[in-house]
Design a protein around this ligand. Structure first.
Ligand code: C2E
Ligand code: CA
Ligand code: CA
Ligand code: CA
Length: 279
């Protein structure tokens, strides 16, 4: 609306896009969420189907909103990224998940790793390496147990800084996985220049893999690519016995998905997965 009203309320009445208003409200609430301990981590097991062992858990963020209940990350991570709130939130996620893993290790449970998602925005911070180093020493967790999951779009955005930071992280012994592999717009060339350990097959490819020839071809190609480049490969979104069989037949044994477990609270992982190893 072009009306001049001289009235500041006008901005919030007809001129305002309600979605923008909603996201401003959400942003303010998200600021408070961190202070009020409304953020929670769920953990999803990563399984080696061949040895039948849990090899890792991925930390997945949720927001326990006082009114709306549990909110999925897709609903608020984009806002956190736009506003740079992802920086303190990401640091909290890293500290909390490392602390949880250290706790499991201190209980004497079999060792496995913790996978933490990093957004591009965090990677662009030039003190990321210092932050990670600090958290690890503060928590007392050995770096080899930390796996960082990054997406391809991060790599396109800032190649120089990405390479520098990746090398620093790798020098500590941290492992790096490319998340949602194959869904980004980057070329494959970076696979030889960047110190990557693992390709993570996106669940969108696996979903229809037994009916859709194209998805089967893509999944096959990613597995073969990883094997030929001597990278680990893990499939996410493993939901069915058919998925498990498809992957096993191609010697892709690292799997994560509802077939094994939904993301769960740490206590439930301890009960259902670490103590009762039957999957
Ligand atoms: P992602 O990293 O690709 O994580 C996998 C998503 O697939 C998770 O959704 C997980 O709950 C879901 N999933 C796991 N197994 C299955 C399955 O068998 N079938 C199906 N259909 N889905 C499955 P979630 O937890 O809602 O997370 C969504 C995205 O939010 C993540 O995708 C990640 O990109 C982002 N995210 C989550 N936590 C964090 C975080 O701490 N920091 C950052 N930067 N991003 C995060
Ligand atoms: Ca991930
Ligand atoms: Ca994914
Ligand atoms: Ca993702």
């Amino acid at each position: 609306s072009k009306e001049i009203t001289g009235n500041s309320y006008h901005f919030f009445s007809e001129g305002m896009d309600t979605r923008t208003f909603e996201s401003v409200k959400l942003e303010n609430a998200l600021y408070r969420a961190l202070d009020h301990e409304e953020l929670v981590l769920y953990y999803q097991p990563q399984v080696d189907y061949l040895t039948q062992r849990i090899v890792g858990v991925e930390a997945l963020l949720r927001w326990n909103h006082p009114v709306k209940g549990l909110i999925a990350p897709d609903q608020f991570i984009p806002i956190a990224e736009e506003t740079a709130l992802i920086i303190p939130i990401g640091e909290w996620v890293l500290r909390e998940s490392c602390r949880q893993l250290k706790y499991w290790q201190d209980q004497g449970y079999p060792l496995f790793s913790i996978a933490v998602n990093l957004s591009a925005r965090q990677f662009e911070q030039n003190n990321l390496f210092a932050m990670v180093t600090n958290v690890l020493s503060e928590v007392g967790l050995s770096a080899e147990y930390l796996h960082l999951e990054l997406t391809e779009n991060l790599i396109i955005k800032n190649r120089e800084l990405t390479l520098k930071t990746m090398k620093e992280l790798k020098s500590l012994g941290i492992k790096i996985a490319i998340d949602d592999f194959g869904t980004g717009y980057s070329s494959l060339g970076y696979l030889k220049s960047l110190p990557i350990d693992t390709l993570k097959i996106d669940k969108s490819f696996l979903h229809d893999v037994t009916n859709d020839d194209d998805n089967a071809a893509i999944t096959n190609t990613i597995i073969t690519l990883a094997q030929n480049l001597n990278l680990s490969v893990i499939a996410e979104g493993v939901e069915t016995k058919q998925h498990v069989e498809f992957l096993s037949a191609r010697e892709c044994y690292l799997m994560q998905g509802y077939y094994f477990s939904r993301p769960m609270k740490a206590e439930d992982i301890t009960k259902d997965f670490i103590m009762d190893r039957d999957y």
